[in-house]
Ligand binder design. Structure first.
Ligand code: PHE
Length: 454
């Protein structure tokens, strides 16, 4: 017997949940450091173009596939391709990507959870220079019990939300967590901007240094556009599948992209103003958040309170993304295999936790175990961010544009958006050009480059 499928209680519920999925470690941890490493403002500019030209069109396609079929990615590809086994398998790749991303994502989210506790203990106030912060970070992640404990705790939080269901768990959780997140971020932005010397950080973010832009940084910007919008693995498709035909997808997708970009920029402002004001290095890579920022907090008036707020912000952002990753896997087993939600959450939550264990141990017991020269953690991140997501995005663009067919897709898209589409014919012309040509071609070039073929 099939159960009644849940739906969001309102379009706002969808927008908050989808923004929750999009806004995550990508915005607050990754975006500032890759912008820092790739020249600040010039990189931000390229990234914004990627978001508009590829991110938004693919996002609309993904949400639309979900809403049309009211199914998880496997079911969605299966129905729209009329049972073609290859396309159906491609949906399965999304479910696999969900496992892979969540397994390493929750390790970093676990650090963030652990850092809330560290900052509450006031540990950071003694961090007068970077070497102390680096050493402290090294000793924490080098401790298997610390890293596995917080990895597990973060998993439990994620599972609780998904266990409660689409409306009572994901939607309600997002409605509570997203406003808190925005509020905390605004406090941090104001703190950053009012520090003496903040203008150097703003300069860095807004005055482009074009010499720093290379082929490589364009590719990083494109890859990040996928990661940050949760594209290419069916998370947005799954969330779209709980959307009603009355809702305007074009509108909703634009709002999600706007919110995601806004939060990334605000996080950049909060972080770089503080980093420059306290004389730290903006281009310090993945360690920017966990190694540089604690020093920044130590040097900043009121730093210990802002440290707690910051890591709370990061954890909330990661949590609303992690639930969307687990939901893809759960939706597949509920829709296609007839499982009860509760059983699917318990089984696959635990399974993904286990898959994440080698990633967590990459920083200590298993640091010598490498796959093609990468630790398990780096390999999982590389596989997901550089291969699975762009590949998924490529096929989604091709599928909607050519296989399902752009005309049929537009007919579906008109549900809830007829006036907007009929009144602005150029909208669909643009969508069609971007989705059928521009996105697949650009993604293809990126993939070839990443795989070392060009
Ligand atoms: N968008 C999330 C972030 O920026 C990551 C994510 C990727 C979530 C893919 C779901 C699917 O952190």
């Amino acid at each position: 017997m099939t159960q009644q499928r849940e739906q969001w209680s309102s379009k706002l519920g969808f927008i908050l949940a989808a923004s929750g999925s999009a806004i995550g470690l990508g915005n607050i941890w990754k975006f500032p450091y890759i912008a820092g490493e790739n020249g600040g403002a010039a990189f931000v500019f390229v990234y914004l173009i990627c978001i508009a030209v590829i991110g938004l069109p693919v996002l609309v396609g993904e949400i639309l596939m979900g809403r049309t079929t009211q199914r998880n990615p496997v079911g969605a590809f299966n129905r729209l391709s009329k049972g073609n086994p290859y396309w159906t398998a491609l949906g399965g790749l999304g479910v696999v990507a969900g496992f892979v991303i969540l397994s390493f994502y929750s390790v970093v989210a676990g650090w963030s959870l652990g850092y809330i506790v560290e900052s509450m203990k006031g540990v950071f106030s003694t961090f007068t220079d970077a070497s102390i912060a680096n050493e402290h970070f090294g000793s924490l992640v080098g401790n298997p019990a610390w890293i596995l404990g917080y990895h597990g705790l973060f998993f439990i939080l994620t599972m609780v939300v998904v266990y409660l269901g689409v409306k009572d768990g994901i939607e309600k959780g997002s409605k509570i967590m997203m406003p808190i997140l925005l509020f905390i971020l605004l406090i941090l932005v104001i703190r950053g901007l009012t520090l003496p010397g903040a203008e150097k950080g703003m300069d860095f973010l807004w005055n482009p240094d074009w010499t720093k832009i290379s082929g490589e940084s364009v590719l990083i910007a494109l890859g990040h556009a996928f990661f940050t919008l949760s594209l290419g693995m069916g998370a947005m498709m799954t969330y779209g599948s709980y959307l009603s035909k009355k809702d305007n997808i074009l509108n909703a997708a634009t709002q999600v992209v706007f919110l995601d970009t806004l939060i990334a920029i605000l996080a950049g402002i909060a972080i770089f103003t503080a980093v420059f004001a306290t004389g730290q290095d903006p281009a310090s890579g993945p360690g920017l958040i966990f190694q540089t920022l604690p020093v920044v907090f130590a040097k900043m008036p009121g730093g210990s309170i802002f440290a707690v707020l910051f890591f709370l912000l990061l954890t909330l952002a990661a949590l609303t993304s992690a639930i969307s990753l687990l939901e893809v896997v759960v939706a597949y087993f509920v829709d296609e295999k007839g499982w009860q939600r509760h059983k699917a959450v318990m089984t696959f939550g635990f399974a993904t936790f286990l898959i994440g264990v080698p990633s967590a141990l990459s920083f200590n017991l298993m640091s010598d175990f490498t796959i093609f020269g990468n630790t398990f953690f780096d390999a999982a991140d590389y596989l997901a961010s550089n291969i699975l997501l762009p590949l998924g995005g490529f096929f989604i663009a091709i599928f909607v544009g050519w296989v399902w067919g752009i005309d049929k897709a537009i007919v579906e898209l008109k549900n809830g958006a007829a006036e907007m589409i009929d009144g602005n014919p150029w909208l669909m012309t643009l969508w069609s050009i971007f989705l059928r040509f521009l996105s697949p071609i650009l993604i293809f070039i990126v993939l070839l480059y990443k795989l070392g073929i060009i």
